[in-house]
Design a protein around this ligand. Sequence first.
Ligand SMILES: [Zn+2]
Ligand SMILES: [Zn+2]
Length: 159
Amino acid sequence: MPSTATDKRRLQNLKSKLRTAQNVTTALHADSDLKNFPLENIYQGWNESSLQRNTEFFKSVQVVKDLKEKIQIKEKELESRERENIPRGCECPVCYNWLSPSRKLDCPHSFCLRCVQRLYNAAENKITCPECREITSKTIDQLQTNVAMERAIESHRIN
Ligand SMILES: [Zn+2]
Ligand SMILES: [Zn+2]
């Protein structure tokens, strides 16, 4: 299970990727015919033909946007983790929040209900474990709670 230090390192990596992407975007912006539109409001200058003329530029704008969103989510996760001081093993391996309410898959892995709902593939009625890739062919209602885990979490939260 990743530690907070690993997460911090990942966050740093994302931030350095963002800086690189921002430099690329700034350079492409200066070269484009949209340089009179400020980068913050670049979609004001957006239309079909500007998109065709500046495909690379708009791609890089999107990359920056995606990275910013990812960083925001990771920062929030880290914050909530540090605030609540969740002990290792009591956190969901996907979102790092408390592993409660929990759901067990057919493999040895458990996740929080929110993540299981996100991982559930309704069209194929299956969940692919993000840790080991094993497939659980059940609906969310058919999944069991990880009782031992929830007891451990309860005792941590009381103490
Ligand atoms: Zn989760
Ligand atoms: Zn698994």
